[in-house]
Ligand binder design. Sequence first.
Ligand code: GRG
Length: 289
Amino acid sequence: MFRDRLAAAGAEVGAALEAHLDTLPDSEIARAMRYAAAGGKRLRGFLVVEGARLHGAPRAGALRAAAAVECIHAYSLVHDDLPCMDDDDLRRGQPTVHLAWDEATAVLAGDALQTLAFEILAGAETAADPARRAALVAGLARAAGAAGMVLGQAQDIAAETAGRALDLDEITALQANKTGALIRWSGEAGAVLAGDDPAALSRYATALGLAFQIADDILDVEGDARTAGKRLRKDAAAGKATFVSLLGLDGARARARALADEAEAALAPYGPDADALREAARFVIARDR
Ligand code: GRG
């Protein structure tokens, strides 16, 4: 079953990530980083590992790339939860880092998770070929920064004071940056590790990323906060335009299904070997957390 496969890969990625965190000197920051990096579905790490398997890249390097993207993801959640951003009190079923510690610790733990990601990725054990390591580092920096995730976050914050709701094209572009860029990098990384063309995985992950975000908007409306491990119904309360507010619940569900189909179609060159990634596309639109 797909959930078991995701859980098994997630445990492996989590163990790799913990091993890197264990190289840090003991400190309150390192403890906050460990807390922030714990848990989660490890979907981005799973995509890296599965892409690497499809392209025959060594598992050890794939686990490093997977740990790196999960560090970036964890940092983004810690900073997103800060009072100056989304001001959230619950993440992955636990108090957010700025409540469990304080704001300064949360900012620094996020910063250090980000730098740890690049330390892991740049390490010689990630890929023997330095050009592949450099491509992964540059790609992740681009995906996480002011051309990707940070830009999307800034667009999201700007939308709150724009005086009008964003339209469908604007929301799609915002989310392609905010959550899509990191998911796309995760999808492509396995091919890059193997020195292969990532085009098919890129098409897959681009559609998957948008489907993931639509599912997140649906979850915000329909989900159970205890299962999701985070506060829900925030979008409507904030008067934010989402895929649900723009398309309606049924329309959003239909769009997510069409994107999952598109993601699956992109995997045609891989045949049945890519079945786990096909199931991931179905999982993403049906998830409850
Ligand atoms: C602070 C620079 C900066 C960026 C933050 C991605 C992001 C940008 C904020 C997250 C806000 C959010 C809840 C977006 C919805 C989509 C999303 C990224 C959900 C969380 O990802 P999951 O479901 O989380 O993969 P787990 O806990 O399973 O890893």
